[in-house]
Design a protein around this ligand. Structure first.
Ligand SMILES: NC(=O)c1ccc[n+]([C@@H]2O[C@H](COP(=O)([O-])OP(=O)(O)OC[C@H]3O[C@@H](n4cnc5c(N)ncnc54)[C@H](OP(=O)(O)O)[C@@H]3O)[C@@H](O)[C@H]2O)c1
Length: 156
């Protein structure tokens, strides 16, 4: 099935996205926005992000990338071992949301049509970062202001 890839990420002023396997912040409004953006779409994630969530996200086809052929994901998740395998998945919608983490963003950045970014204000203790991206996405939407973050969409 033909599909497009859209990135969805929350990053701080240092492009930090994670700390010790979790998000470095807790922003309920950003989680709500994430839900609104991704609902009804397949969500593609790395195995570590899948495990950090600890459950399937409802209303979305959860697709997990792992190199392990024996990986046992949460029941109901679709497990794939390469991007090529995505073509053989019967997708709930052709716009696939790439939701991280850093390895998956890094691997797929050049293939993303667009990127939704919650720019979390300030800097945070972190061990996982989003790669530099702005040169690849010259078109930037006007920022939408929320409590603690600014939301922008980047496109090519
Ligand atoms: N701020 C945000 O928006 C956001 C979003 C998502 C995640 N995060 C944070 O990011 C951190 C996790 O990111 P991460 O980079 O450590 O892990 P990740 O990208 O979630 O998952 C990495 C795993 O994906 C699999 N993988 C990677 N490349 C692959 C390939 N080419 N083919 C097949 N499988 C592949 C491997 O699984 P196997 O080891 O099983 O082979 C690898 O260990 C956490 O702290 C999380 O909270 C933040």
């Amino acid at each position: 099935m033909k599909y497009t890839l859209t990135g969805v990420v929350a990053m701080d002023d240092n492009r930090a996205i994670g700390y010790q396997g979790a998000l470095p912040w807790r922003l309920v409004e950003d989680l709500r926005l994430f839900k609104r953006i991704t609902m009804g779409h397949p969500i593609l994630m790395g195995r570590i992000t899948h495990e950090s969530m600890g459950r399937l996200l409802p209303g979305r086809q959860n697709i997990v990338l792992t190199r392990s052929s024996s990986y046992c994901a949460a029941e109901g998740a679709v497990v794939i071992h390469s991007l090529a395998q995505l073509e053989h998945v019967k997708l709930q919608d052709p716009e696939v949301m790439v939701i991280g983490g850093a390895q998956i963003y890094g691997m797929l950045l050049s293939k993303l049509d667009k990127l939704h970014v919650s720019h979390i204000h300030g800097t945070h203790e972190a061990d996982t970062f989003f790669p530099p991206f702005s040169e690849q996405f010259p078109h930037v939407s006007e920022g939408e202001e929320y409590e603690g973050f600014t939301f922008r969409t980047y496109s090519r």
